[in-house]
Write a protein that binds this ligand. Structure first.
Ligand code: ARG
Length: 400
């Protein structure tokens, strides 16, 4: 009896070829799974295409809300940004795809899953490790890692097997996109000296072409989760989409990063992440107001670790869950409103308020109403500086 495989299917050339290749090479019955985590143009057309090519069943899942609630928002609460630059859009999408592949395989009684990742990137690691964490008994096949076909050969294979080849000129870039961001690689970007050309960008205007007048936006948070825009409560997906278009219009969220891949390669990656850029900045600004100095200092260390885990494909791991528990606990009072100004590529925090703000005007002010007891400072400084003065007396050279 032929076995079944569930293939993560985007509708693109590689995964379309993979349907036939899995049938021919491994004699498998192919079930496709198309996951919408933002910006999938036409799910039904993709479903029909899979069936036409020869899939025995084509499943489509709208996972936008799950993606935002279970992956994007925890990462936002953690302030997870890889190497200080990349908001991890692609990296957050992969564990969800792994999870949905496993669920589909169980439901369809398939012993294998497959995906279209190549052997050079991080994405293969994220899906393989994710599937392994959730269902160690399932076998994973990555056709594009095995078949050793160039792009031309893949197109030839498609033509020979009556698989529709996109008629439009193929994009010179390799693109992955979801609600949290758009990843752009390959082509002229592979030369680190080249400025990313305008055609690499789809979601963001250049600063030059952005409106001459700024836009202001008030983002409301509850326990570290964005819940409203300009006073209106919005569903998570809608909230992200609204910030996405407004920030994109103002040229916010272009990122140009020479990044360290898990597989050891340095690679030049360009991103568009308008909503992520605004929300991460606003969330951090609110934390500045409501968390203590020690919480902020330690949370930054956790943020960097958390980002490493996400990037390195360890979403489903005890370490990530442990860090998530810490992050969750820090978000108890991260409630309030942040006002941002969007202007010519800049996202500036211009206002913040919270019922839990630790900012105390009477302590901070230099005007009248000052409640800070300046007479207490000399005693504090006397003890704070005690070890320094002691050392200066005994070891005069050490303190200088
Ligand atoms: N470098 C990014 C990451 O590892 C983006 C990968 C984008 N994938 C793609 N197929 N273009 O998360």
């Amino acid at each position: 009896m032929t076995e079944k495989v569930v293939l993560a299917y985007s509708g693109g050339l590689d995964t379309s070829v993979a349907i036939r290749w899995l049938q021919e090479k491994y004699n498998l019955k192919v079930i496709t799974l198309t996951v919408d985590i933002g910006n999938v143009p036409d799910l039904e057309a993709i479903r029909q295409k899979a069936l036409k090519i020869g899939a025995i069943k084509a499943i489509v899942v709208d996972a936008k809300e799950t993606f935002v609630k279970s992956f994007v928002f925890p990462a936002l609460q953690a302030d997870a940004v890889y190497e200080g630059q990349y908001p991890l859009a692609t990296a957050l999408g992969r564990p969800l795809i792994a999870q949905l592949l496993v669920q589909a395989a169980r439901k369809e009684r398939a012993g294998l899953v497959a995906h279209g990742c190549t052997g050079k990137g991080n994405d293969q690691v994220r899906i393989d490790v994710g599937v392994g964490a959730l269902a160690p008994d399932l076998k994973v096949i990555a056709p594009a890692r095995e078949w050793r076909m160039s792009r031309e050969q893949t197109i030839e294979y498609a033509r020979a097997h009556n698989i529709p080849v996109p008629v439009t000129k193929a994009s010179p870039y390799s693109i992955d996109e979801n609600l949290w961001g758009r990843s752009i690689e390959c082509g002229v970007l592979e030369d680190t000296w080249n400025e990313p050309p305008e055609d690499a960008f789809l979601w963001t205007k250049s600063a030059e072409k952005a409106p001459a007048k700024p836009a202001y936006l008030e983002i409301g948070f509850e326990k570290g989760i964005p819940v409203s825009l300009n006073g209106r409560r919005l569903q998570p997906v809608v909230l992200i989409q609204k910030i996405h278009s407004l920030a994109g219009k103002h040229g916010i969220g272009r990122i140009d990063h020479v990044e360290n891949r898990l597989v050891g390669i340095k690679s030049r990656e360009v991103y568009e992440a308008p909503a992520a850029t605004v929300l991460l900045r606003a969330h951090q600004a609110l934390e500045d107001l409501v968390l203590t100095k020690d919480q902020l200092r330690f949370k930054a260390i956790v943020a960097a670790e958390y980002a490493e885990l996400i990037y390195n494909g360890l979403w489903f791991s005890s370490m990530r869950r442990d860090l998530a528990a810490y992050v969750e606990s820090t978000q108890k009072y991260v409630t309030g409103t942040i006002r941002v100004k969007l202007f010519k590529g800049n996202c500036q925090i211009v206002g913040r308020r919270s019922p839990y703000s630790l900012y105390d005007y009477s302590l901070a002010t230099y005007d009248k109403g000052d409640a800070f007891d300046q007479t207490a400072s000399p005693g504090f400084i006397h003890i704070w500086g005690l070890p320094v003065r002691t050392q200066a007396r005994v070891q005069p050279e050490q303190g200088k």
